[in-house]
Ligand binder design. Sequence first.
Ligand code: ATP
Ligand code: MG
Length: 566
Amino acid sequence: MRLSRFPLATAKETPADAEVVSHQLMQRAGFIRKLGSGLYTWMPIGLRVLRNIERIVREEMNRAGAVELLMPSIQPAELWQQSGRWAQMGAEMLRLKDRHGNDFCYGPTHEEVIVHHVKQDVRSYKQLPVNYYQIQTKFRDERRPRFGVMRAREFLMKDAYSFHVDEAGLAAEYEGMRAAYTRVFERLGIDYRIVQADAGNIGGNRSEEFHVLAGSGEDLLAVSDSGPYAANVEAATCAASGPRPAATAAMSEVATPGQKTCEQVSAFLEVPLTGKVKLLVLRTATGELCAVALRGDHQLNEVKAARHPAIGPGFRLADPEEVSTVFGCEVGYLGPVRSPIPVIADHAAAAVADFVCGANRNDHHLQGANWGRDCAEPEVADLRNVVEGDPSPDGVGQIRFYRGIEGGHIFQLGRKYTEAMGLTVLDEQGQSLVPWMGCYGIGVSRLAAAIIEQRHDAQGMVWPVSVAPFSVILCPIGLDKSEAVREAATALYEGLLAAGVDVALDDRGLRPGAMFADAELIGIPLRVTIGDKALADQQFEFKRRDAAEAERIPATLDAVLERLRA
Ligand code: ATP
Ligand code: MG
């Protein structure tokens, strides 16, 4: 590509509204342009990267035996009514009506559509297994679109859906997809972790996420410092706490005027946070109040709470007014002793003896309280977030936290959708069976940003050759003045093109400093500078984007090709 014909719009200034480095660089390098909240145009230079990621994903999906198709982004509501998700999906799903008043959505995902097609086309076990995939635009009306294409409203996803006669077939395909994803992430040149995940509202059983490790990541990952355990904190189980020590103190009430938070109370009474038990009051979706006891230094894990049968999905923190009506005190003074409603305790809270807790009386706390003596033994469950330093639940090592960007997610869905939508096929005996289903997503557009989060320096992006917008850029110095430079640059450019190299020729007539700054900002992995001085010695100057120094190489096509292959 001759850059004189290629619209590039780079900027020196960091855009004010871009919080993370990838968003800043993508704006500055003219990769993307914002059209509205969470809506971005991929400009030509950015699109080259997006297409490269897409190509790698497509190659690995094909290699793993998945087959590509393309479904519409607009989907009829009937399908979502069949699966039950039309009512379940919240405001993230964009709903629309056509001119006849029929309901549609802009697809946030495609389980319903693919099950519908498989229902029409697949009748016999002989047609299974099958794994369909597409690379297609999704819309999710995210609560907080941010970080550019990292959390957009419209974005590009690769989504795949597999169908199997039995659970073992699904498990085997899941392993195949896991291996394919591993190859994709390796080829993208990023540092990633596979972590256990919560299956979310999509349902199902086994599920793992592929996370790009980056400080700006929105997800917190719990990873063992010496074993294989790795999970999204949302899904990370906490190792059971050891047995509770015997009670040694007598319970007494102390005045704690104005001391409401665990931190305040622990400082005021000079007890560690780990010796405090706090009570959260939840309002379940069915309208019940439910109290959860946690150790003072722990946080409620909402995913685990939503899974607990007494709490369930759709719960919220009860309003202070409803709490004080039932407990007769402000929220800062709640405790399990004489609680008017049953208490479910997290393992760690249930393992504390002689604890401090609210007295269910304003401006008062209890000291030396004990489960089973001063209040009933609570029902015990795993309800908290893991914290750093916790033992790993598999017993190997301690938990450390990392931040990650979710780049991919694989699920064993089981038969949730196939059952709900009435998909059956005939087995060998002519009996009808409900197939098992898996689904596998990759955030193609998000990955472009995630790679930049990991691979950049003060000058700009540092792409691996596999996804770079161009593999190599030629920077001729004094193109308009020097016949020798013009000839050498043109010959090299044409030679590289003929050799199938994805090469850019910077023939815009810019000063060297401006050319180099653009090449570095855009992150082209290799640069060849063609100037009179070096040409006089029959040499080019060659520089890798990630190397500190340039080197002189012979001014021949072969010498350049040799460096490209290295
Ligand atoms: P997140 O928790 O980040 O919202 P998700 O769990 O909703 O993601 P999936 O439904 O598993 O995501 O979608 C598959 C992939 O699509 C994700 O792994 C992610 O890479 C990508 N993705 C999801 N939401 C967005 C978004 N708003 N913008 C860009 N990519 C996204
Ligand atoms: Mg989401």
